[in-house]
Design a protein. Structure first.
Ligand SMILES: [Zn+2]
Lengths: 619, 429
């Protein structure tokens, strides 16, 4: 069976915001102000009002924006026109386009793409095409990249309570590069390879943000005979093959359902007739039912002609998804899964009798307040009808177990019109030429080079090439390649562990880390002490290394001191040494290390210990 | 508009035509777009089928016509009515600005949209509030308004008032306060609300303030506030609009929704949802007939004083104008060397009115010696009048009166709420 997979990748750029000078960072500080807005549907070219927008508006939805003065200004508040696009962001986007072998446009025009969910204060997202027709190569063939855009990030959703949606403006306006691939990917394996490759290319520039939420992948999947389904919220690459497998499985099941139901019943037989079944459940033992009834709820139900056996594990979750999203209920019960959840067989029989069901028919019941339950069954009916079409085009949200849940129908073509507040940006041939001749080394090339140049194993080299410290690494070990192993382990594992333990590694400037490593390389700082020094710097990142050593009591033991100390220890352990001879070295090393406690380098200690042991018993 | 070389290359191809662009062997289909005023003269703009625009350097491409633009039928409707049973009439007069505009989604250009059906279509809530009559008086940017336009608007407002329960004037925001005070001075015995309204974000965007402002304006037009007022966002949130007296309101921010503030005065009130709350006294709706006196003398100047202000500038103004409003420093001062010039003006019976560039606070020329010298030189105190309001008022005064004494007395009296006796502590500042 043919499968078509494509990606839409959104990557934040590491510059200030795209249309103002606010920092492109998030903040958890208390907001300084809150502003409440509504977004009104606007007329289209034909004088019609956008239906989706009208829907939101009629729901009387309103948006509350949290303003932190440090992270948002009047531009984000839609109270001041956008400033000119940030040049660094445009340049980074061009660099990325060139790395993806996509020819850059002569002149960039920002557009307004209508977005009415409140995530943009203006009601539109500003977006521009930067380049066309790029591609990457994978081991299973070329994956085309028809379009690369530069756009502004949306506001950060904080919460939604009823009609009120709260957003924070810190994220709004951070520059994003959007990379859309053609549906050229055919297998889950190729998908992960393509995603990794694009991710590596993005990180090769050193101009993209790193960390959770700074890159988002949406996966588009369709199987033969199906329709396009978009899956959002993919966080880690390793889950991609699983997400794809699960989605293919889901789509196959839905095609099966379509075939079966078409054999059983005509679409127009599926009627929306809602029955009040509350009386049947008056004495029910089901916790959910009891709770609903206690809450002045009703038990409403409907017949699904011909659907028996098609719900469990197949259409059931889809019906429930629609009911949850469209009516806000927590779930539904369907006949394929009953009796269960405290609902008894007699009650099921009673429902079947009441709805006059045949063997082939299924039913769905909802326990909720009347209006909500009704709405839920309407949604169930809507989805049941779609079963005759097979796979509806929709947007889904990925779940922890790599399956997904229904979010909304796939949006139609976005309405777009020119952003007249921003002048077009001409990309000069000079700039293109310069960028093209200064493209960064790609991560895969860098990994190979590190492996060879510094004699690292390939996994470590790759990890290093992908990390944000690869430049720092090369600077530190430039004069002493033997130091490469230690430097790599500090940069890759030590810092990671510290982060995991809750130390704010991000607070240490890169130059400080460099200083620490250079001190260790020169033997001025014991390798064993590097962790302690880094921990100290997490607290007081501006401290001088000299000061840190003093504060930690790491000063003292130069070579002479050490030699004296070792001599003393050897004298003390004279008998032991006589008894064990050469084998005494290892235990003695332990004794010395214990006394020195990281105040001297292990290698140095070992050298002196050996020298002194050879002399022993000297005098 | 494409010019020069590009125009030559394009030949018969016109904006809106479907074209094929060939660049480095690749073909791009789309629509030829108009060139932005901000753009250079080396690129053509094409709207691609995916909705995006991009610019092509004319030297890098070949461009061919696929098909000419489909011409849309143009409907020109100037005056229209929308009536609904039991709903009183509100007249909406269009004068320009973004408040009632429509976007051309292709070019991004904003055009006026002022037929009633267009307004009701865009803001259906209006149907539930009032029956509407709309009329386009003219369509100009507010920075291009002239005193002659004020007179036209005042006349149209007076006419519309006889046909409806209240009048709304949609206006560009830059000079809304000038027009509002001109109407306030030209009309007297106003029996019904006259509401000026504008918007700071054009109505093509979902976040536009136009709809809330217009809905609120129509509500105020049906209220019992029989004055000339401006109705615009009270805060940055879409929570309500302030109702502000024409002669006290001033645009205090270049871009915020809540740019309009009442100076040295509280707003008359505010509209929140369908509720109007008032904060101070106002003229009540009445049965009488409005009086119009639209005479104006436009040879009046507004001068802002600054350190080192060149004396000879005054010679020019005294020579060529009939009245001067000064935006003095602080309590109402000018450098001492200018005082002799002001005496000269007084000797020619030319009224000179002092206001303050502090905007907030009252002129008082009795406190310091310079002030006292100014009073002696015959300078008229503008008291707590805004400089722009004093300018409009002096135009009206000189239009109506020949005698210096009459002009002076008109300027010193409160005519339309522009002068108040008390300076309150709890005003916006
Ligand atoms: Zn900003």
């Amino acid at each position: 069976m043919q499968v078509k997979i494509g990606f839409e990748i959104h990557q934040q750029l590491a510059t200030k915001k795209l249309f103002c000078s606010c920092p492109g960072e998030l903040t958890d500080a208390e907001p300084d102000a809150r502003v409440v807005r509504r977004l009104r549907p606007t007329q289209s070219e034909l004088g019609e009002i956008d239906r989706a927008a009208l829907d939101e508006f009629i729901k009387k939805k309103y948006y509350e924006y949290e303003v932190n003065n440090s992270h948002a200004c009047l531009v984000e508040l839609d109270e001041e026109p956008p400033h000119e696009p940030t040049e660094k962001a445009v340049d980074s986007a061009i660099e990325i386009a060139l790395l993806l072998k996509a020819p850059v446009v002569d002149e960039i025009h920002f557009m307004r793409k209508l977005v009415i969910d409140g995530s943009n204060t203006s009601g539109f997202q500003r977006t521009a095409i930067i380049a066309f027709d790029g591609y990457i190569d994978t081991s299973q063939g070329k994956v085309r990249i028809p379009i690369i855009c530069l756009e502004e990030e949306a506001a950060r959703k904080i919460k939604q309570e009823g009609n009120r949606v709260v957003y924070r403006l810190d994220r709004l306006g951070i520059p994003l590069v959007e990379i859309t691939t053609a549906p050229d990917i055919k297998t889950p394996g190729q998908a992960i390879e393509a995603a990794k490759k694009i991710g590596d290319i993005l990180r090769s520039t050193g101009k993209v943000k790193r960390g959770i939420g700074t890159i988002r992948q949406d996966i588009n999947i369709s199987i033969e005979g199906g329709a396009r389904v978009e899956i959002k919220g993919v966080q880690d690459l390793d889950s991609i093959p699983w997400i794809i497998k699960n989605e293919i499985e889901r789509q196959k099941l839905l095609l099966d359902v379509k075939e079966e139901i078409e054999n059983r019943v005509r679409k127009d037989k599926i009627k929306l007739k809602i029955h009040n079944l509350t009386d049947i459940f008056r004495k029910s033992n089901s916790g959910i039912i009891k709770k609903a009834l206690g809450n002045r709820g009703r038990i409403l139900g409907m017949r699904l002609q011909g659907f028996s056996g098609l719900l469990i594990g197949r259409l059931g979750p889809e019906l429930a998804g629609y009911a949850r999203v469209k009516a806000g209920v927590s779930g539904i019960f369907h006949s394929d899964e009953l009796p269960a959840y405290g609902i008894e067989a007699e009650e099921v029989d009673e429902v079947r009798r009441n709805l006059s069901l045949s063997e082939e028919d299924a039913f769905v019941i909802v326990a909720e307040r009347y209006a909500k339950a009704r709405k839920a069954l309407e949604a169930v009916h809507e989805r049941a009808l779609l079963a005759f079409d097979g796979i509806p085009e929709e947007t889904r949200m990925v779940l922890k177990n790599s399956s997904s849940k229904y979010m909304r129908p796939l949006p139609g073509a976005a309405r777009m019109y020119p952003e007249t507040d921003i002048p077009p940006v001409v990309i000069s041939p000079d700039k293109l030429l310069w960028t093209e001749s200064n493209l960064p080394e790609l991560i895969e090339h860098k990994a190979k080079r590190l492996e060879v140049d510094y004699k690292l194993n390939s996994a470590l080299a790759e990890q290093l090439a992908r990390s944000e410290y690869s430049e720092l690494f090369e600077k530190v070990v430039a004069g002493n390649k033997k130091f490469a192993g230690f430097a790599a382990s500090v940069l890759l594992s030590t810092l990671k562990e510290l982060r995991r333990e809750g130390f704010s590694v991000a607070a240490i400037p890169e130059e400080k880390i460099e200083e620490v490593l250079i001190a260790a390389e020169r033997g001025e700082l014991a390798r064993e002490a590097v962790v302690e020094v880094l921990k100290f710097l997490c607290e007081k990142p501006e401290s001088r290394i000299e000061t840190v050593r003093e504060s930690l009591g790491l000063k003292g033991f130069d070579e002479d001191d050490l030699r004296e100390l070792i001599k003393d220890i050897l004298k003390e352990k004279e008998d032991f040494i006589r008894e064990h001879g050469k084998a005494a070295e290892k235990p003695l090393m332990g004794v010395v290390m214990k006394q020195v406690r990281g105040k001297a380098d292990g290698k140095l200690i070992n050298r002196i210990l050996r020298e002194e042991l050879l002399k022993f018993p000297g005098e | 508009m494409y010019r020069g070389k590009i125009k030559h290359i394009l030949g018969d191809i016109a904006e809106g035509d479907r074209v094929k662009v060939i660049k480095e062997g690749k073909v791009y289909n789309g629509i030829l777009m108009p060139r932005s005023e901000l753009g250079d003269s080396r690129h053509v703009v094409i709207k691609l089928e995916n909705g995006y625009n991009i610019g092509f350097n004319i030297d890098n491409i070949k461009i061919e016509l696929i098909s000419v633009r489909e011409k849309k039928k143009k409907e020109e409707k100037v005056e229209e009515e929308y009536s609904r049973e039991n709903r009183p009439y509100v007249s909406i007069l269009g004068t320009g600005g973004t408040i009632a505009s429509k976007i051309d989604y292709v070019s991004g250009a904003v055009h006026p949209a002022f037929s009633t059906s267009e307004i009701v279509n865009a803001i259906p809530e209006l149907e539930d509030i009032a029956s509407l009559k709309t009329e386009i008086v003219f369509n100009i940017l507010s920075e291009n308004m002239t005193p002659e336009h004020w007179r036209t608007i005042a006349r149209e407002v007076a006419k519309a008032m006889n046909k409806s329960s209240g009048v709304v004037v949609a206006h560009g925001t830059d000079t809304i306060a000038y027009t509002a005070s001109a109407i306030a001075f030209m009309l007297s015995d106003i029996p019904k609300p006259v509401v000026l309204v504008g918007s700071q974000r054009s109505s093509d965007r979902p976040s536009s303030d136009a709809s809330l402002n217009l809905i609120s304006a129509v509500r105020v037009a049906l209220s019992d506030i029989a004055e000339v007022v401006a109705v615009m966002h009270a805060g940055s949130s879409d929570e309500g609009c302030a109702i502000q007296r024409a002669t006290k309101v001033r645009k205090m921010h270049s871009s915020r929704r809540d740019a309009f503030k009442s100076i040295d005065s509280l707003p008359i009130g505010e509209v929140r949802g369908d509720k109007i709350t008032t904060f101070q006294e106002y003229n009540m709706r009445s049965e009488g007939e409005v009086k119009l006196d639209d005479r104006l003398e436009t040879d009046v100047a507004l001068l802002k004083i600054y350190p080192g202000f060149p004396e000879q500038l005054f010679d020019y103004y005294i020579e060529n104008f009939r009245g001067i409003v000064i935006e003095g420093t602080g309590l109402g001062h000018v450098p001492e060397n200018l005082i002799s010039k002001l005496e000269e003006a007084r000797n020619k019976d030319m009224p000179v009115v002092m206001t303050s560039q502090t905007i907030f606070g009252r002129v008082n020329m009795k406190v310091y010696s310079t002030g006292r010298k100014l009073l002696k030189a015959g300078v008229i105190s503008g008291r707590d009048m805004l400089p722009e309001v004093a300018l409009v008022k002096l135009m009206v005064a000189l239009g109506r009166f020949k005698e210096y004494g009459e002009v002076r007395s008109f300027m010193e009296r409160n005519i339309a709420g522009e002068v108040s006796e008390r300076s309150l502590y709890n005003t916006f500042f």
